[in-house]
Design a protein around this ligand. Sequence first.
Ligand SMILES: Cc1cc2nc3c(=O)[nH]c(=O)nc-3n(C[C@H](O)[C@H](O)[C@H](O)COP(=O)(O)O)c2cc1C
Length: 165
Amino acid sequence: MFYPQVPLVMSVSHEGRVTAMPVVSYASVSDSPPMVAVSCLKGGFTCRLALKARSFSLCILDRTHAGAVAKLGSTSGSAVKDKLAVAGLKHRKGSVLGVPVIVGSVASLECELRSRRGIGDHVLLISEVMAARAAGSFIQYWDFAKYAPILYVGWKDGLATFPGA
Ligand SMILES: Cc1cc2nc3c(=O)[nH]c(=O)nc-3n(C[C@H](O)[C@H](O)[C@H](O)COP(=O)(O)O)c2cc1C
């Protein structure tokens, strides 16, 4: 009932492994300092690696990358060295933290874990935003003539979007 939602891709690197997953359970929870919270299923590979690394990036990808987002959301990073590469996405190191930032993303946040809190079957990762960047399609507000967001409406034999992909 909360959909549509714009997914973010949470990416982590730790001890030579790179993994990532789309998330829609996120929120901006403080302006000063800037903090975001992400809710991750307990025991998930990307979640566990983020808890070890204590840092991650959150990237926004536009509609042209819906296929890669679907791949990240339907496979596990546990069996591969670089899940972003397997999904066809290149990454570079963040400007402040060593987190993987997806090349071609329209915006990215570099986040440092400040606290965690178990909530039911999920764990809430509460993080401070240490760096943020956005493409030219964002100047105070998104220019939707230049940026077509992925509007996720659920998983129906694949990643379903509005309007239909
Ligand atoms: C659009 C989308 C949004 C998702 N949002 C979340 C989320 O907010 N939290 C979560 O734990 N899983 C979420 N998932 C599921 C994970 O992305 C998925 O289980 C992923 O394959 C986990 O990867 P991992 O095994 O490498 O950790 C979402 C999936 C999709 C497709």
